[in-house]
Design a protein. Sequence first.
Length: 283
Amino acid sequence: MTAPDRLSRLSLNQRTIANADLAEAIAAARAAGLSSIGLWREPVAAVGLDQAEAMIKESGLRVSSLCRGGFFTAAAPADLERAHRDNRAAIEETARLGAATLVLVPGGLPADDRDLAAARARVVAAIERLVPYAREHGVTLGLEPMNPIYAADRGVISTLAQALDIAERFEPTDVGVIVDTFHLWWEPGIEAQLGRAGERILSYQISDWITPLPPDTLLARGMMGDGHIDFAAFTRAVAATGYAGDIEVEIFNADVWAQPFDDVLRTMSERYLELVEPHLSST
């Protein structure tokens, strides 16, 4: 299989080159020989949804996901209603852009709130309220469990097991899960949970866990191969579920962001071909 064929499932998540605007990200993905891109709502909004839709159609790229919806955990009714309206807008954008899924980041604890159980319950209630609207627009919601270091401020759902407990309340066509190596590599029993997830895996996202962690832990993701994650074992477990979708590289790292876009994509593609792609067959 030639290198372009071997890259057919590799997707550039826009945050990996966070300083790029939408046009630059599309150009970089195409120059690297990629077939898909994971979009973020902010760069889309910067050009306007109509223009973004036209740019994607002209590019010929698939949209592997749109990030992000979610942030469901506000306690005040007005804040919950505001989040609901924003998520409805995100669903509409996902449908317009032809994205495979809308990524949902659960949200953290509200200010001065320590009731983790209640925050998690609000995530369930918010998703339940959104499902009919998402179904109407042909959008599948992808709940993303996040590493526990973000439980307070970003993601009260910390494990794939927790995310599946929520997703399994709904039809697989309505709600699935996002599997991100950075968030889940540490989880005890992760292979069994991936098997449990099966067809609910909507996106496989990859980046590495690097140490020491930077002062801003949001920027703690490394390029594959620069950290501690066993991508061969993790990828084999994902492949064993039958997952055949795109593999997004999503890296939050100031040093990576400072590099030229083409250099980042070159390294990203090389590491993917070395560490991930050889393990995508489930046989």
